[in-house]
Structures are given as structure tokens and as C-alpha cells.
Design a protein around this ligand. Structure first.
Ligand SMILES: NC(=O)c1ccc[n+]([C@@H]2O[C@H](COP(=O)([O-])OP(=O)(O)OC[C@H]3O[C@@H](n4cnc5c(N)ncnc54)[C@H](OP(=O)(O)O)[C@@H]3O)[C@@H](O)[C@H]2O)c1
Length: 322
């Protein structure tokens, strides 16, 4: 089958680690299901994998891709939940110490076929296309959990999103504005700030800009470049929800602000199968749809991945199979 995979890893030059070519079709273990993929979407996780973060040499070659939607062997249209937990694990899959994401231990979705535990399949709502559904299991699910499960702030609150163009950032703005939060956004780029406002943000600011007032919660995925700004942006008692550190780990933890203003710092990773079901339903009934930057045939995945490495993407890049 055709697949997009990490043949090696390179911290400095992730594109040199990428191959597009033939890989053996996966065997289907007992209790697992095969999905013939119609669409898969790109996440920054795939770039981290090419850089060797979370992907040791002994697991190579590894088919990339956490997100996918397609048709299973019974002919059902399904979305794949990317968090693979231990078969014995009960409850919130994101808390299982033995969990992995597709493409970390098990081959990912940038291929004709993927195999996953049967419980990782969620029905695709008819209202969503395969391309739209394939955007939801990682960036959008992460945004859903950050905002609705982890932030602890109710609709009507002001929420700052660091970064405008990313998969997680666009999801936060779309979901938050639909749910009645006042969404503020920062970006390094004027055009991306304008697009965030079109998407539903109430206001967009230059990265690091002084805000008109303090906010109830900040959604962080950028890390070093924005962390101090996030701590300064919060009201006393406010919450930073952090899911990533694209620009690296924060060099100042801002501990004085954290204790003096009684800030809460809450980590967030992916979401449960149940949360993915609710996210699919939310999109289905509300009309909210993922922001798709580009749709490419899987064979041209290299172009989309290069644009993400260069920071040029606004929303999600989707790869399709016929
Ligand atoms: N914990 C989890 O489960 C989980 C799930 C999903 C993602 N993540 C992590 O979250 C991060 C974002 O993922 P993604 O897929 O949304 O990636 P992406 O599409 O590549 O988004 C990158 C975002 O980071 C911002 N950014 C990058 N460098 C910046 C800098 N130096 N200063 C300010 N902003 C900067 C960009 O903002 P502008 O270009 O608009 O300025 C953009 O919004 C990644 O690190 C990823 O690994 C974690």
C-alpha cells in the first residue's frame, strides 16, 4: 500500500526523514479493525515524529498520521480515535500511563489502511465529509478538552489563544466562539490575525501585545515564545491550559505570578473517545466545521508537511485517498 512514513529521524531537518512509497499492508490483530482511509489530516505531532521526538530509532520505519476517517471492513463510515490505551485500562484513556498515539507505537493513518483496536472507532456523522471528520481526532479534540473539560471557565468568559494559524488554535477559536466565549487571539502575522477574526475571534493582537484587560483563561500551545505573556495576561485566579510547546520549553516558569496571583496551570492531552463522540456531535448539530487550509492527494503529502514546518498553514492540511 502507499504510505507516508518516517524512514529515519532528523532533529534539524525533518523533511529529510520523510519518505512516500510502498509499505506492507498491516495485519489485523484479534479485537482490532481495519479502516480503508478516505482522508487523514496533518498535525504538528507528525513533524515532531520526523524530528525524532517520541519516536525512537527502533520503531522505524513508522507510518505517520494520528488522524483519519474511512470505511471499516463492515462498510461503516468511521472516525479513528488516535489514543491507543492498554486493553486492561478502564476510564479516561488519556490518563493511561501505557497509552500511545497512532504513529508512536502503532502504524499511523497516512496510508491506504490503518488497523486500530475496535473500541477506537467512532461513527462518522453523515453531516461531516471524510475530509472534515479527519480533522477532528487530534487538534480539534485537544482544543475541545482544553476549553470544555480543563479550563473550568464558563461561556461568557474571555479566553486568550496564543497563535492563530495552528490546527489547535483555529479549533479553539471556532469552538469557543460558537459556544459563547469571548475569544482573543495572538499571532505573529497580520493576515493570520485577520483570518482569526473572520473565524469568530472577538479581537486579534500581535504576539506579546499588551491586552485591553486581563483574561479568565489562556490556551497555550506555543511554549517559550508566549509563556510569560500568558502568565501576564491572566486575571488573579485565572487558568493557563497548556497542550504543547511548539517553540520549546518556557525558560521562565513565572512562579512569582503563579503563586501571588493564584494562577492555575493545567496540562491537557488529546481527549477521550467519549469527548471525540461529543465533538463530532457538536460539529454535526452546530454547523461548526474544521478550518481546512489545503486538501492534497496523499502522494503529495510532502508539500503539506513542508508548509507546516515553515509555519505557513492556517488550519488543517488534509490528505485524501480515492
Ligand atoms: N498534548 C496534546 O495532546 C497535543 C495535541 C495537539 C497538538 N499538540 C501540540 O500543540 C502544538 C500545536 O499543534 P498544531 O498541530 O496546532 O500545530 P501547528 O498547526 O503547526 O500550529 C502552530 C501554532 O503555533 C504558533 N507559533 C509557532 N511558533 C510560534 C512563535 N515562535 N511565536 C508565536 N506563535 C508561534 C502559530 O501561530 P501563528 O503562526 O498564528 O503566529 C500556530 O498557531 C504542537 O506543539 C503540538 O505538538 C499537543
Amino acid at each position: 500500500m502507499i504510505a507516508v512514513y518516517a524512514a529515519r529521524t532528523s532533529k534539524e531537518d525533518p523533511m529529510s526523514a520523510l519518505e512516500v512509497g510502498e509499505r506492507p499492508a498491516p495485519e489485523v490483530p484479534e479485537g482490532w479493525s481495519r479502516v480503508r482511509l478516505k482522508a487523514a489530516s496533518l498535525n504538528h505531532h507528525d513533524v515532531w515524529s520526523l524530528r525524532g521526538v517520541g519516536l525512537p530509532e527502533d520503531r522505524l520505519p513508522m507510518v505517520l498520521g494520528c488522524d483519519g476517517a474511512g470505511v471499516d471492513d463492515e462498510g461503516r463510515e468511521v472516525v479513528v480515535h488516535a489514543v491507543v490505551s492498554d486493553p486492561e485500562w478502564k476510564g479516561d484513556e488519556t490518563l493511561d500511563p501505557k497509552r500511545s498515539l497512532l504513529s508512536e507505537r502503532y502504524q499511523g493513518t497516512f496510508a491506504d489502511e490503518v488497523v486500530v483496536p475496535r473500541r477506537n472507532l467512532v461513527p462518522k456523522p453523515e453531516a461531516l465529509s471524510f475530509e472534515q471528520a479527519a480533522c477532528l481526532p487530534t487538534a480539534w479534540l485537544t482544543a475541545y478538552r482544553m476549553l470544555f473539560t480543563q479550563s473550568g471557565v464558563a461561556p461568557g468568559s474571555t479566553v486568550l489563544v496564543q497563535g492563530a494559524g495552528g490546527g489547535v488554535s483555529t479549533a479553539l477559536v471556532a469552538l469557543g466562539s460558537a459556544a459563547g466565549y469571548r475569544m482573543w487571539v495572538t499571532s505573529r502575522d497580520e493576515a493570520r490575525r485577520a483570518r482569526a477574526v473572520e473565524l469568530g475571534a472577538d479581537q486579534a493582537f500581535e504576539s506579546g501585545a499588551r491586552l485591553p484587560e486581563r483574561v479568565d483563561a489562556v490556551m497555550e500551545s506555543v511554549g517559550r515564545a508566549t509563556w510569560s505573556h500568558s502568565a501576564r495576561a491572566l486575571k488573579p485566579g485565572g487558568t493557563i491550559v497548556v497542550c504543547g510547546a511548539t517553540s520549546g520549553d518556557a525558560t521562565a516558569a513565572e512562579l512569582q505570578r503563579v503563586f501571588f496571583l493564584q494562577l492555575r496551570v493545567v496540562g491537557s492531552t488529546m481527549g477521550t473517545r467519549e469527548e471525540l463522540g461529543r465533538l463530532l456531535q457538536l460539529c454535526s448539530v452546530s454547523g461548526v466545521r474544521p478550518v481546512i487550509d489545503q486538501v492534497l492527494p496523499l502522494e503529495q503529502a510532502r508539500d503539506g508537511i513542508a508548509r507546516m514546518v515553515d509555519g505557513e498553514v492556517f488550519g488543517k492540511v488534509v490528505f485524501t485517498r480515492p
